[in-house]
Design a protein around this ligand. Sequence first.
Ligand code: GLY
Ligand code: MN
Ligand code: MN
Length: 447
Amino acid sequence: MTVLPSHRDQGIPLREFAQRRQRLIEQMAPDSIAIVSAAPERTRSRDTQHPYRQDSDFHYLTGFDEPHAVLALIPGREHGESVLFCKERDPAKELWDGLLLGPDGAVSTLGMDDAFPISDIDDILPGLIEGRSRVYYSIGRDAAFDTRVMEWVNSIRSKVRNGARPPGEFVALEHTLHDMRLFKSAAELKIMEQAAAISAEAHIRAMQRAHPGLREYQLEAELLHCFMDHGARSPAYPSIVGSGGNACILHYIENNGLLREGELVLIDAGCEYQGYAADITRTFPVTGKFSAEQKAVYEIVLAAQEAAIAAVKPENHWNQPHEAAVEVLCQGMLDLGLLQGSLEEVIEQGHYREYFMHRTGHWLGMDVHDVGDYKIGGAWRVLEPGMTLTVEPGLYINPHNDKVDERWRGIGVRIEDDVVVTGKGRRILTGDVPKQIDDIEALMSDG
Ligand code: GLY
Ligand code: MN
Ligand code: MN
């Protein structure tokens, strides 16, 4: 078993954030500026906010988790290339809302070259943009901030007769930044291992505590307890706990159904730990014992997942694990009589999509569906060490599908693990939670 994190773990070292800024600056044009905003706060009701979650790009470059902050990266600027705007310290406000870092702290603690109060940004940032011909910016993610960026640019445009030089070009920051985020460093992988270990333990806890008569949200409570108990304060995405036919609803999050004897329950849940997501799915019987039909479907999905995981290796391209999974799933569906025809036909004509309607995985990182291109120049991207992805085939037989024998209806199975590409092949981060039928049944009979 992976050792669970200690409550003293510090996460990504501060120097790594500085190195990221440096690497980004090195890839920018010399006469440019990059602007990255902190995530806005979101109202939950009246004066109550949703728990604040920093924007992943902003956190990746700063390690800073306060709202109302803006990072500017300015290659070659004499007084420093990394400039942060953030809230000023204010003892009266801090008494109510907690400590603020303040501009001085941004320099001394975060290693910024320069920092200013966010309240001064309208006066200072246009002057930093002026004379830079290119602005790297992620347009369209935050409409309110887009408007402010345009206001700053327009304020420079309004002064061209005085010799001001407004930027002529906006460039998507994502191309460069998201390619950096796609490749995980050793420190990032250590955190992702810990996120995976906590999430694996949570799945084991849910399996051990499942029994008929519980509500799905009571298993969700077991997951959340385990996440928080190990320092992961939030799930990385809303947990899916779907029993019986609910397992066939891909993004089921109501989680209020009853766990019934004879049914399976599908749990898709992972924590966010130190800013990084885990994403695990396991499907198991409510009573701990698979029926013959459940076993048959489960074994197909498991074989497909194993074939897909084996296809995760350097030199293979992004789609090869998916192709491997589809082939095994299709053969399995033909064998069970869920599909008719030849293997080539059902693959080429996509008949399998009635039962397997999603992709076999996605990049995983700070965001559960993490950033990074899947194709380059129209071709599937080749896998390289440090890329991290999920492998998650499934089969979902709708409870109302009267084309198939009744005994198969309402069975939904997905199995999902998190995998990092290594020099030689792959490493599974989420292997601590059992997925072989015998191991699940043994764990649940001990529970
Ligand atoms: N939990 C979302 C996904 O598996 O993609
Ligand atoms: Mn998932
Ligand atoms: Mn996933």
